[in-house]
Design a protein. Sequence first.
Length: 557
Amino acid sequence: MRPGRLWRSGEPFIWLTGGALALALLLVAGLVGLILVNGLGFFWPKEVVRLTLADGKAMTGQIVEREPVPGKAGQYRIKLKVANRDLYGADFQWVEEARIARRERPAEAVVIERLEWGPLLGTIRELRDGGKPVAVGPVAGWAEMEKQLPEVARVRKEIRGIEKGNIGRINFEQEKIRLRLRQLELQGVTGVPEDAVRAEGLTPRPSRGEPRGEDRVEALRKEMATLQARYKEEEGRLAALRSRQTPSVLVAADGGKEKDLPLAQVVDAYFPNAMGVAAKTRHYLGRVWEFVAADPRESNTEGGVFPAIFGTVMMVMIMSLMVTPLGVLAAFYLREYATQGTFVSLVRIAVNNLAGVPSIVFGVFGVGFFVYFVGGGIDRLFFAESLPTPTFGTGGILWASLTLALLTVPVVIVATEEGLAAIPMAVREASYAVGATKLETTLRVVLPAVMPSILTGLILAMARAAGEVAPLMITGVVKLAPALPIDSFWPFVHLDRKFMHLGFHIYDVGFQSPNVDSARPVVFMTTLLLLAIVVLLNLFAISLRNRLRRTYAVAAV
């Protein structure tokens, strides 16, 4: 075939298109593979090596990286996670392999995960109780420590339950009473007895059959006093529980340094050099579950990301509830009701252009309109007693969700309009022929038929909203949220609260963490988790869309 005829046939473009698609798939697979390798390997318990250098210095840690020595051909260096940040001042150290005289893997080397200062590596010297030795040596010390750790964990959980449950509820009730007292004060009720009011020459306000203001104030003050008494009781319980946390473990580290660590600070302890494959697998699965279900600690570089998972899913759900009716109604009006002309064409152009507006612009709009204008107005009307502290006049999950709804509404409008355009006119005319009104035709015939297209737009909207970060940074997301937007306190759902988000968590840990090397694996694992959540949400919507397509099969839809 002649070259000119070959190009005119279009076959080379088919190959180019297929090659571009294959390249794109390879890049996506490579990216996912990179995330999987760097993320899933983070929780596998690495062996602890003890390096003896040529000068006699000993270094103990876990090898995390190996690379050529800059400027020295054929020589390599290893990156050693020595942990013990409070003892050494750094988690990682580089060691040139040429300086290493001997490598050992001591079975007694222990890795202790703790609440603060990151992991602790070393050898158990003795277990103490109240400063007195109870068990001496690695074997006896670990045996006694293993017995006491479950009770220590139970007491720690009980303390946390009292702090977040009982004391949290008391603080919540006290804040409600304080606001009610402030509300009465704004109404002119000071709680001064009626006799004192008359003595000042003032006329008391009529009660109109309801308790007088001063009586209500007195009742609230009595209730506050009762809550304060309960608060002191809970403080006493906490003090009693903390007084029982006397056991500690003495760990010997390199350089003759020691750490007397209270068992109350110990989250987990294990001996990686003495563990088999089964034990390491159990430990790995436990660490993965902790990452998914626990709260973060150590500036988000340790612990779990459950609040970020919760905030991400809840924000996407609220956004979906907002964007779906708004986008569908707009699309139905533009396609089914509006007179086609210049104005409608301009509206469509504007909607399409909105999809290209930078997301941070939507964030600025969300701050100005939702937070300051709408939220500030709500505070002035319904929460005046809380001012100047804002309730809705500050960032929160509701305003972040509404901002993302505006960001993604063009996607839903365009997808719905395309679905409406694909529905044959004969379907509508058949409905009119049997006596249905336009509204009945729209609700009972057109809407079910276009549902797959609506869900397609919603899938795209959810995928984009779950990964957005810039608008959220100024409309409600925070580094660490003290409480979830849903809890056991009335009204149970708190849309005014700030929240955590996986996308922002990745940014914060990866670029704002004081310990970048330690945080890097967390970035990959959080990225993998975010991808998994987006995929699961999309799979749910896709399965629902396919089911609706089978139910409402219409030609060309």
